[in-house]
Design a protein around this ligand. Structure first.
Ligand code: HEM
Length: 391
């Protein structure tokens, strides 16, 4: 057969494959840009201005539109009400099958909570929420530890009064230390080099760890360095280092664990592993693998998000001195200057709460959220959320 005939057959085959598999799918999708063959709108998604690009699509195609990227078809929802309503539905609680998420969770994406779906997600999520509540989040017993952390933070900041200061390192240390304490039962002195290593691993490297980047939709060009050269290698380095650190924590807890003496979140998880039977995601070796993924999820999801939000908060307050003054007045009226704040003060700090909500809205820290997948054929194959101006 001539080369020309082979090429013709190949092209016809591709067109046939496209017509049979893709056209029915495309017909179910919300309207959206056509994109390039094979890569779709990937280059727009990878662009730093992806959010602005999405604003344009919203104006052109409406509040719900679709884009494609490689093999993935994505529905973008930009309306606040619609996002809230859809997120309540079970059918949108899946997560896409990204290769990177799978290898990060030890060869099975369905471990931990962040990238997990189905019964494993329900089981792990229920445990994590209860564990965080029992060992810290929203508990009176956490207050003493948080006040301690706050005083250390104040002392650090006082050293630099009147000087320009990079708040990034300062907030990172306090936030990470609080989280580390809840999960592992230990805290570091702010000058401890191990804390610095943790910050570098978890916070400074998170930007190169490709957790929520649109590159995940069409991964091999990043994996083989065709785009974003070095990003994948950085991501692997980060993963190996953090793995060692978290495995040390797990091994140490397994060695010193005593029945009936639950010291922290990791102990509570080990207790759950021991109480589980075959078929549970906590059972035996699978349980230990889930413990590792859960710890990674908590630090990755909780540390950088919280400290970066605090930095945005400081930036907005320094650029809006009128707001800063009102926040200070409310704090002085409700708490005064002679005692530290406590949880009981929260309902009366109404203006502060409104300011914090506005900071979340303005900084829109995870603008594409963590991608959701539709688990039923609802015409919305992949589901990506963007709420920048949806309010
Ligand atoms: C300002 C701080 C934070 C922001 C902006 C933030 C943002 C987000 C977003 C956008 C998601 C994805 C939600 C979804 O899939 O629909 C998420 C999930 C999650 N976050 Fe946060 N987060 C913050 C703080 C924290 C903290 C402090 C923790 C824990 C210590 C945490 C743990 C998690 C976990 C475990 C998930 C996965 C939940 C699930 O799949 O069910 N986050 N977060």
């Amino acid at each position: 057969m001539e080369l020309f005939q082979v090429l013709l057959l190949l092209i016809l085959g591709l067109i046939g494959w496209f017509a049979l598999t893709r056209i029915p799918l495309l017909r179910k999708m919300a309207p959206g840009p056509l994109g390039l063959p094979i890569v779709g709108s990937l280059f727009h998604l990878l662009n730093n201005d992806a959010i602005e690009e999405f604003q344009k699509y919203k104006k052109k195609y409406g509040k719900v539109f679709s884009v494609s990227a490689g093999n993935f078809y994505i529905t973008v929802v930009t309306d606040y009400r619609l996002i809230i309503d859809n997120l309540k539905k079970d059918e949108f609680q899946g997560r896409p099958d990204f290769e990177l998420w799978e290898s990060r969770n030890g060869g099975n994406r369905n471990r931990g909570v962040l990238f997990c779906e189905g019964p494993v997600w329900h089981e792990q999520r229920r445990f994590v929420l209860r564990g965080l509540r029992d060992f810290g989040f929203g508990k009176e017993s956490m207050e003493g530890m948080l006040i301690h952390e706050l005083q250390d933070l104040q002392n650090t900041l006082r050293k630099d009064v009147g000087k320009p200061v990079n708040l990034s390192g300062v907030f990172n240390a306090s936030v990470l230390n609080s989280l580390w304490y809840i999960v592992t039962g230990n805290r570091f002195e702010l000058t401890d080099p191990t804390l610095k290593t943790l910050i570098t691993l978890l916070i400074d490297n998170i930007r190169s760890s490709l957790i929520t980047t649109p590159a995940l939709f069409f991964f091999w060009p990043v994996k083989y360095g065709l785009i974003g050269r070095g990003t994948f290698q950085n991501s692997l380095k980060f993963r190996e280092n953090i793995k060692k650190m978290l495995h040390n924590v797990i091994d140490e807890h397994l060695e010193t664990y005593k029945e009936g003496e639950i010291r922290d979140f990791v102990d509570a998880y080990i207790q759950q592993i021991k109480a589980s039977s075959d078929g549970s995601s906590f059972y035996s070796e699978e349980g230990k693998k889930n413990l590792y993924s859960v710890l990674l999820d908590l630090f990755v999801a909780g540390a950088e998000t919280t400290s970066t939000t605090l930095q945005w908060c400081m930036l907005y307050l320094s650029r809006n001195p009128r707001v800063q003054k009102k926040v200070q007045e409310e704090i002085d009226n409700v708490i005064g200057k002679s005692r530290p704040p406590n949880r009981g003060d929260k309902p009366r700090l109404i203006y502060l709460e409104a300011v914090l909500n506005e900071v979340h809205r303005m900084c829109s820290l995870v603008p594409f959220s963590v991608y959701h997948k539709a688990t039923k054929d609802s015409g919305k194959p992949y589901y990506l959320i963007h709420i920048q101006d949806g309010f």
